[in-house]
Design a protein around this ligand. Structure first.
Ligand SMILES: O=C(CO)[C@H](O)[C@H](O)COP(=O)(O)O
Ligand SMILES: [Co+2]
Length: 223
């Protein structure tokens, strides 16, 4: 499966979001990772559908919307209308995960499930054939710029085995604390989509952001 970088705008300059997205789009990425947090599921509040909708008209990137909210079922159609190409819902606290997955699929959008660092893979065993992607959190949800939790590495390997045994094509996205070093470790374990937030957006200058993307790309394209 294709290896991809998905910049997260969580640590971007929110006063210049249009330009911040253009900077990574011009650097040749395919995905844009949009972290929606409600201050309940995750301990901070980020942005919602209006920001996504405003960016949609300025970007051709694949919008990978990561919902870290309570009651995601109430907002699926809102985020699809805002321009999401893929919706990721957390398994934690979702009693009707299967129904939620089919809510997204019935709108002909890609669907993913996310697992926090402490959540075992067992919970997705029976829905692995129904999703396009599994997002493994390598930090606890809430903030950009946190330290990578290395226990996710064996979890990625375990997930890759589960996917292979199920004979399906499912992307593995890793999210949190990604640098060239941690990206390479995750690649070797079996991940193929790499969310990168602060490693790119800690730079204010576009050339530096482009260089950061190039460095990650080199790490994931050269085994
Ligand atoms: O979901 C997230 C946090 O909950 C973010 O996508 C993630 O933290 C990206 O930022 P960074 O690369 O700085 O860790
Ligand atoms: Co995220």
């Amino acid at each position: 499966m294709k290896n991809m970088i998905a910049p997260s705008i969580l640590n971007a300059d929110f006063a210049n979001l249009k330009r911040e997205v253009e900077a990574v789009e011009n650097a040749g990425v395919d995905y844009l990772h949009l972290d929606v947090m409600d201050g309940e599921f995750a301990p901070s509040i980020s942005f919602g559908d209006q920001v996504i909708s405003a960016l949609r008209s300025h970007s051709h990137l694949f919008f990978d919307v990561h919902l870290m909210i309570q009651h995601p079922e109430r907002y699926i159609s809102t985020f699809i209308a805002a321009g999401a190409d893929s919706i990721t819902v957390h398994v934690e606290g979702n009693a009707h995960l299967h129904r939620l997955i089919y809510q997204v699929k019935s709108a002909n959008k890609q669907v993913a499930v996310a697992l926090n660092p402490a959540t075992p893979l067992e919970v997705i065993k029976h829905i692995i054939r129904d999703v396009d992607m599994v997002l493994l959190m390598s930090v606890n949800p809430g903030f950009g710029g946190q330290r990578f939790i290395p226990e996710v590495i064996p979890k990625i390997q375990e997930l890759r085995d589960m996917i292979e045994k199920s004979h399906v094509e499912v992307n593995i996205e890793v999210d949190g604390g990604i640098t060239p070093e941690t990206a390479k470790q995750c690649l070797d374990a079996g991940a193929n989509i790499f969310v990168v937030g602060s490693y790119i957006y800690k730079h204010r200058n576009d050339a530096d952001k482009k260089h950061a993307i190039k460095t990650i790309r080199r790490a994931i394209n050269h085994p």
